[in-house]
Design a protein around this ligand. Structure first.
Ligand code: SF4
Length: 102
């Protein structure tokens, strides 16, 4: 490969990588929906008060995503990412069966 074509190749690869990084940075994470298979298996609800009491008898409404170890947002964020649902948003007042109190 000639030096000029190598330089051109490097520039194109760098530009493509930069564009990809920008695309990722600009794409807002989507909400984790209750209807998704993973959410159903975890018993996830956007509102902790709506958790299936028959299925999760030990759950209490005070258990919410914003006081769970996996919550990655600030306590007052309405929606935030969670360790369990990478790149997805869960509700501040949500809950799932993987809840661990902070
Ligand atoms: S792991 Fe915690 S923060 Fe994530 S969905 Fe379950 S209860 Fe909410």
């Amino acid at each position: 490969m000639k030096p000029s074509s190598r330089r051109s190749f490097v520039i194109h690869v760098a530009a493509a990588g930069g564009a990809l990084a920008c695309g990722r940075a600009m794409a807002a994470p989507k909400r984790f929906e209750e209807s998704e298979a993973k959410a159903v298996s975890l018993g996830y609800k956007h509102d902790s008060a709506q958790v299936d009491k028959a299925r999760f008898p030990k759950h209490t409404p005070a258990e919410k995503c914003n006081n769970c170890m996996a919550w990655l947002g600030k306590p007052t964020d309405a929606w935030a990412e969670c360790d369990l649902t990478a790149d997805r948003l869960v509700a501040n007042g949500g809950w799932c069966s993987s809840y661990v109190k902070t």
